[in-house]
Design a protein around this ligand. Structure first.
Ligand code: SAM
Length: 301
């Protein structure tokens, strides 16, 4: 079946989740169901998979699978609300495959692409929150500058924020290529990437509050796992991976305290099973995998 999105680190993720055929699993980022279908193939008739996505087009794409397979259910929800939407305990594994799906990037109408012209939207759930155009019009120069610097690692954040705000006041941006061309006129091109790459990433992360959602979701996932259950998280840039890494470390390693005191153990709720990177063969077949990092942790007793 053509899914429109090649799942990244697929075998490594299934292995890391240590799938039990009768187990109950959550795929918090259904996308086009690449990981979900492979996971279902490992489950018996007793197993269960519940998938989430905040994008209504991902939910639409999964309807046929949900109708055909009674072990599978799909919810339109933000994974940040995981513990509010599902029964809190007893899950054998929870998977996050962060970031955007290929269809989101490929469809100009979604407004994520600086190469294909479309409305300047970038919302994963177009029914919630501000579009990128509205956000750019409403955000202050200092918040914009901080977002460009932190979420896009844009060296020219201050200059770009000033230029964007003064242009927005005269004439707000409404199209993706219009914004990309403006950014290219302010930020010098260095290296092979388009000068708007970093700013587009920053605006997308801000518009969707992607990092805030990850922080809430990791805490929620830890609550929802049963003892022995596994967390698998695939990140695509260092901002995501740093959060996952720090979260797992904070829950799996004792903090440095006085050598005279025994380390407090009560907060140690996870076992760190380390990280995994894509093979050269996977990167050659799917260049989108090149920056992927998979981290695995297990809920401890
Ligand atoms: C990289 S894709 C997942 C691809 C999927 N694993 C597959 O194999 O097809 C990421 C998906 O996560 C969804 N997503 C991102 N942030 C989300 C959030 N906070 N809550 C729910 N879904 C989210 C996006 O809409 C997108 O469909």
């Amino acid at each position: 079946m053509q899914t429109g999105h090649t799942p990244v680190l697929l075998e490594e993720t299934l292995k890391g989740l240590s799938i039990k055929p009768d187990g109950r699993y959550i795929d918090a980022t259904f996308g086009r169901g690449g990981h979900a279908r492979a996971l279902l193939a490992r489950l018996s008739s007793m197993g269960q998979l519940l998938a989430f996505d905040r994008d209504p087009s991902a939910i639409e794409a999964g309807q046929a699978l949900a109708a055909a397979d009674r072990r599978f259910a799909l919810r339109h929800a933000n994974f940040a609300d995981l513990d509010l939407v599902v029964p809190v305990q007893g899950w054998d594994g929870i998977l996050f495959d962060f970031g955007v799906s290929s269809p989101q990037l490929d469809e100009p109408e979604r407004g994520f692409s600086f190469l294909r012209d479309g409305p300047l939207d970038m919302r994963m759930d177009p029914a919630h929150g501000l579009s990128a155009a509205q956000w750019l019009a409403e955000v202050s120069e200092s918040v914009l500058s901080q977002a460009l610097f932190e979420f896009g690692e844009e060296k020219h954040a201050r200059r770009l924020a000033r230029a964007l705000k003064s242009r927005t006041l005269q004439s707000p941006f409404s199209r993706t290529t219009e914004l990309a061309e403006f950014i290219a006129s302010v930020v010098p091109k260095t290296g092979p990437t388009h000068p708007a790459t970093r700013a587009f990433q920053a605006i997308r992360i801000a518009v969707n509050d992607e990092l805030g959602a990850i922080d809430r979701a990791l805490i929620a996932a830890e609550k929802c796992l049963r003892v022995g259950g596994r967390l698998a998280a695939i990140s695509f840039h260092s901002l995501e991976d740093r959060r996952v890494k720090q979260f797992i470390h904070s829950r799996s390693r004792p903090p440095v305290v006085s050598r005279r005191l025994p380390p407090p153990a009560s907060h140690l709720t996870l076992i760190d099973h380390g990280k995994c990177l894509p093979s050269a063969a996977e990167i050659a077949a799917n260049p989108r995998a090149r920056s992927a990092v998979l981290r695995i942790a297990e809920k401890r007793a």
